[in-house]
Design a protein around this ligand. Structure first.
Ligand SMILES: Nc1ncnc2c1ncn2[C@@H]1O[C@H](COP(=O)(O)OP(=O)(O)OP(=O)(O)O)[C@@H](O)[C@H]1O
Ligand SMILES: [Mg+2]
Length: 302
């Protein structure tokens, strides 16, 4: 495939081919088993073109496994995944797999930059080697992307000379340099000192606002609430809740007012850490249970 230079400001191009439809990512009946343990149960999950979906849930619920299955970093045990209309399956050749992977930019919590390479070299490596871009073209794009993520003057720095927030912004620029159809983030701010989280979220917010297709596994509830188009709650390998962030975070099933336990968790809003988001989630589940029970009692059901 010919390298298409990503624009630092323009919206990503719509994928060619009417058959791809409105969905960039479509997952049906995804199951993943590690040894004896099933960690994903029959997941149906889709992401529209230009949509930003936040995946949240307690530790161990399968968020990373789900996002890693999307680009076959984990091989699903069963189920089907379509990326921009192309079906992924276990029989894909290495070349086909790498073609799919280059369409999905992945940003990990630990940056995964090459420590012995400059920022510019980190960003240009894949476009030159995989997309066959010319070095001059790749460097020009890299500089534009560095400007976009607020690191114009760091092209010649090495990762060890950067803060965590700067490294993560370089990692985002590196993902963008491949002009991916969608960006997958796995807890991009979880390894950062609290004061550095904002600068990364700001870049991600900008990407969402310009219409990038994004799946963001995150414990940043404020981000999920204010930036995501949709929030997906995963618990024990199942999607137990999903929808409009305001609806999901209102913790109010079927439009009823706040249940009694709400004030107890509200002061912690927005939770920053894994622990507090887990508490929030568990409180959310408890609220729903209490609510359905009380609601049922009211209308005289068992
Ligand atoms: N390669 C693996 N081999 C065996 N078990 C695994 C493997 N990867 C993940 N698991 C298990 O699968 C379950 C889901 O893990 P996963 O990393 O997807 O959870 P998570 O929701 O991302 O959690 P966290 O919020 O802590 O990152 C966990 O119980 C984990 O121990
Ligand atoms: Mg994880």
């Amino acid at each position: 495939m010919e390298y298409q230079r990503p624009s630092a400001s323009a919206q990503p191009e719509a994928a060619p081919g009417a058959s791809a439809g409105a969905l960039m990512i479509d997952v049906r009946g995804l199951c993943k088993v590690f040894g004896e343990r099933q960690v994903l149960h029959d997941i149906d999950f889709s992401v529209k073109r230009g949509e930003c979906v936040a995946v949240i849930g307690p530790s161990g619920s399968g968020k990373s496994t789900l996002i890693r299955c999307l680009n076959y970093l984990e091989t699903p045990t069963s189920g089907t995944i379509w990326i921009d209309g192309k079906e992924l399956h276990g029989q894909l050749s290495p070349a086909e797999l790498s073609e799919v992977r280059r369409e999905l930019g992945m940003v990990f919590y630990n940056f995964n930059l090459f420590p012995h390479m400059s920022v510019l070299a980190n960003i240009t490596l894949a476009p030159v080697q995989v997309r066959r871009a010319s070095r001059a073209q790749a460097e020009q794009t890299a500089r534009e992307l560095l400007e976009k993520v607020g690191l114009k003057d760091k092209a010649d720095a090495y990762p060890s000379q950067l803060s965590g927030g700067q490294k993560q912004r370089v990692a985002i620029a590196r993902a963008l340099a491949m002009n991916p159809k969608a960006l997958l983030f796995d807890e991009p701010t979880s390894a950062l000192d609290p004061e550095l989280v904002g600068e990364v979220l700001k870049v991600m917010r900008g990407l969402a606002e310009e219409g990038r297709t994004m799946v963001v596994v995150t414990h940043e509830m404020g981000f999920a609430r204010s930036v995501a188009d949709r929030v997906v709650f995963l618990d024990q390998g199942r999607i137990v809740e999903q929808g409009d962030p305001e609806e999901v975070f209102r913790l109010s099933p079927r439009g009823r007012s706040w249940p009694a336990c709400a004030p107890a968790i509200w002061p912690a809003w927005p939770p920053r850490s894994t622990t507090s988001s887990t508490h929030l989630y568990l409180a959310h589940r408890q609220c729903r249970r209490d609510f359905s029970r009380r609601g049922a009692e009211k209308v005289g059901q068992p």
